[in-house]
Design a protein around this ligand. Structure first.
Ligand code: MN
Length: 730
């Protein structure tokens, strides 16, 4: 082997991959690729006279600093094998696999595109073509790194070649690296291109930087020392360092903003890296408390990350001797993402230890949009837009939305106003009745987009979360809050029902002048419960309250030989002999003629409801629901009535009051549900309130009994946008 073989590079590569690749099989794969490439490129030399393999070792090494996966490094090592060594595709598939081979093929294809650098619009197209052909973000990474190493070794090329490659790098490769957020690579590509394209300017800037270097280094050093002292007192973990701006960015600022060198404020640049987001803001506070910030220079890219995922706080402050410092404050993770962009982003999202097929699948999912190459034929689309699609769809896992007051909330993609509401406050979530996004009323299942201004409508009268909300929310936070609410409500309801059922039983005993002690918790009751297949007292009371067990039937069983009408003392009231009546209304009242019984129109009771009779003047007995407010203070004129179970297939009108957030087809959906529930309908009218949001619907439905009504109401509540369904009482 040539003595110019890059042994140091190999050593560095293996050391680097071993820092983050833990699976020995993956290390073996990389070593195998290294041997394979070395063998295939045997005898080939680069323009520099070095063995060709050295280029591949360096490419793999740079890739490993981005901490990419083992297949990407493998493909990096093999990226010139297919074309330069005449290795057939099948052979590589056999030696490695389809995935690695496809990566290498794509890198080769892109390498063969003839980029002609003439006009700006061409560069724009080149970026498009480049991205479209890559089809896989890993191919882009390999190609960028390949180009970086070629730029580092460009001095061996002819001056014409140098200019051509440098210009292509500046127009095509650097912007792509920028859009992917890989600033490490972008900066180096720009400086190298700058050097070859405009050597005079390059030296000019470099010299100016150099001239002021000693003075600047001293200023920065002092500042670092001072800030460190401030922060150490605050007991915050941090590391702080000065950083130099790369030359091309200084040059660009001088030309595009036509500023003199002295005016480029952020030449003195300091970066502080700390533990968490909160620390970042704390540090910012301490710095502003100790140094005068320059107005308008504070940028919060933590709350509002850049499209390429960059996050950091930026501020510019005035140092002790009037020198200006740009300070960047960020967490370790933000720092990593700022340097390595999309490569780091994946690592944080998925963890390094992901399995290969999974890695492939997730990347494929992210790159689904690549398959839609139809987009490319649209000439009107700018590269900027194209990259926006790329960064938006592929690399942004989050949407950023705002409250009307400008508070920024980040949510996972696919989140809805309900997720937003729960993120603001649990109580706001629970009482949400509507959402306004960008001044427009929207359904609660609307998917939010970055930049949306979201306003939540709440109401104290809301019924709270329903099961359906679980289908709408995206965040586990909102989901767990809703589940908690529903569970709690269920328990509360059951406890309430048990108490109520117990009271019903006691009342009934009292009414019949029966001794409580003889019945409650008695053997006699136990035997009755087992007759009705009820296993314990709580279930019994619950069953009474929800009317799945008839109190009358239980009492009949308990008091065996007694009549169900025992305890009624209606003779006094009506001065008539007791007699059973059956009315068309399906209600039985001891001693009252059926003709005299009618259902109250205000609360429209249906069989199964708890009812009570009201003796009206000259109109016989009006039957109300027990909870009807119209009879609340009429205790003296009330009599007991019961539903006649022998009357079946009655039809009963019930008025329902439905509130909903308005949408089209709301009423027709409600009507559809009624017919699906086999409920009739006598009238319906719907109107939208002044808030232009709430739709109020009054509907008179026709049902068989309380059980049927329960089903109808439950199904109406499931109709999208419906907030509440209540029986109305006039
Ligand atoms: Mn190459």
């Amino acid at each position: 082997m040539s003595d110019r073989y890059d042994h140091l590079g190999v050593e560095a590569l293996l050391k680097s991959v071993n820092t983050y690749i833990t699976n020995p099989a993956h290390i073996l794969l990389i070593e195998k690729a290294l041997l394979y490439a070395t063998e295939k490129h045997e005898g080939q030399v680069r323009k520099s006279g070095e063995p060709y393999i050295n280029h591949l070792i360096q490419v793999a090494l740079i890739l490993s600093t981005l901490k990419v996966g083992p297949k990407t490094i493998t493909a990096g090592l093999l990226h010139d094998v297919l074309e330069d060594c005449g290795v057939p595709r099948e052979e590589m598939v056999k030696a490695f696999d389809e995935e690695v081979t496809t990566l290498v093929e794509s890198v080769t294809k892109i390498g063969n595109i003839e980029f002609k650098d003439e006009k700006e619009y061409l560069a724009v197209n080149h970026r498009k073509i480049f991205i479209a052909m890559a089809k896989d973000i890993r191919v882009i990474l390999i190609k960028l790194v390949d180009r970086l190493h070629n730029m580092r070794t460009l001095k061996y090329m002819s001056p014409e070649k140098q200019k051509k490659i440098a210009s292509e790098t500046l127009e095509v490769y650097a912007p792509i690296a920028h859009r992917l957020g890989i600033s490490e690579i972008k900066n180096e590509l720009e400086d190298l291109s700058f050097f070859y394209l405009y050597p005079d300017k390059y030296y000019e800037v470099a010299q100016m930087v150099e001239l002021r270097k000693i003075e600047r280094d001293k200023q920065v050093e002092t500042m670092i020392h001072d800030i460190s002292e401030v922060l150490t007192q605050q007991n915050i973990q941090f590391r702080i360092f000065g950083r130099s701006k790369h030359l091309y960015s200084i040059y660009k600022k001088m030309t595009t903003k036509s500023k003199r060198f002295e005016e480029i404020l952020d030449l003195n640049a300091i970066r502080i890296v700390t533990k968490n987001e909160l620390n970042c803001y704390e540090i910012l506070g301490h710095i502003h408390a100790n140094y005068r910030p320059i107005p308008g220079r504070l940028k919060d890219y933590i709350a509002m990350p850049k499209m390429n995922m960059y996050q950091s706080l930026h501020t510019t402050i005035v140092g002790p001797e009037g020198s200006i410092f740009e300070v960047q404050i960020r967490t370790e993770m933000m720092d990593d993402i700022a340097e390595k962009g999309v490569a780091a982003h994946w690592r944080y999202k998925e963890g390094v230890k992901r399995s290969q097929p999974q890695e492939q699948k997730e990347i494929e999912d992210k790159l689904g949009w690549f398959k839609d190459l139809g987009m490319l034929t649209d000439e009107s689309e700018s590269a900027g837009e194209y990259m926006d699609i790329l960064t938006h769809d592929v690399f942004e896992a989050n949407v950023y939305v705002m409250s009307p007051k400008g508070r920024v909330i980040d949510l996972p993609n696919g989140s809805t106003p309900l997720d937003f509401a729960y993120r603001i406050h649990t109580e706001i979530g629970h009482s949400t009745v509507g959402a306004i996004v960008n001044n427009t009323m929207v359904p609660l299942n609307t998917v939010l987009k970055t930049g949306d201004v979201v306003q939540i409508k709440t109401s104290k009268q809301s019924n709270g979360p329903s099961e359906d909300w679980l289908k709408i929310v995206k965040t586990s936070h909102a989901r767990s809050k809703i589940k908690g609410f529903l569970q709690h409500k269920e328990l509360e309801d059951r406890a309430e029902f048990i108490t109520k059922g117990h009271q019903m039983f006691i009342d009934e005993l009292k009414r019949r002048d029966l001794d409580e002690k003889e019945y409650v918790n008695s053997k006699r009751l136990d035997s009755v419960l087992s007759h009705f297949a009820v296993s314990n007292d709580n279930d019994f009371y619950y069953a009474l309250a929800v009317k799945s067990l008839s109190l009358a039937a239980v009492m009949e069983k308990l008091t065996t030989k007694r009549s169900i009408l025992d305890g009624f003392n209606l003779e006094k009231l009506f001065k008539q002999p007791a007699k059973r009546s059956i009315s068309k209304s399906g209600i039985r009242v001891a001693g009252v003629d059926s003709m005299m019984i009618s259902l109250a129109g205000c609360c429209s009771p249906v069989p199964g409801d708890e009812i009570v009779g009201f003796i009206s003047k000259g109109q016989g007995v009006k039957v109300h629901r027990k909870d009807c407010p119209n009879i609340k203070n009429e205790a003296k004129r009330l009599i007991d009535v019961i539903w006649d179970e022998t009357v079946t297939e009655g039809k009963y009108d019930v008025k329902l009051f439905i509130t909903a957030t308005d949408r089209s087809f709301l009423v027709s959906d409600l009507v559809t549900v009624l017919s699906q529930c086999k409920a009739g309908m006598n009238s319906i009218n719907s109107s939208v309130l002044d808030d232009k949001i709430t739709a109020i619907t009054n509907v008179t439905v026709v049902v068989n009994d309380a059980e049927h009504l329960k089903v109808v109401i439950a199904n109406l509540r499931k109709v999208p946008n419906v907030l509440s369904v209540e029986r109305s009482i006039k």
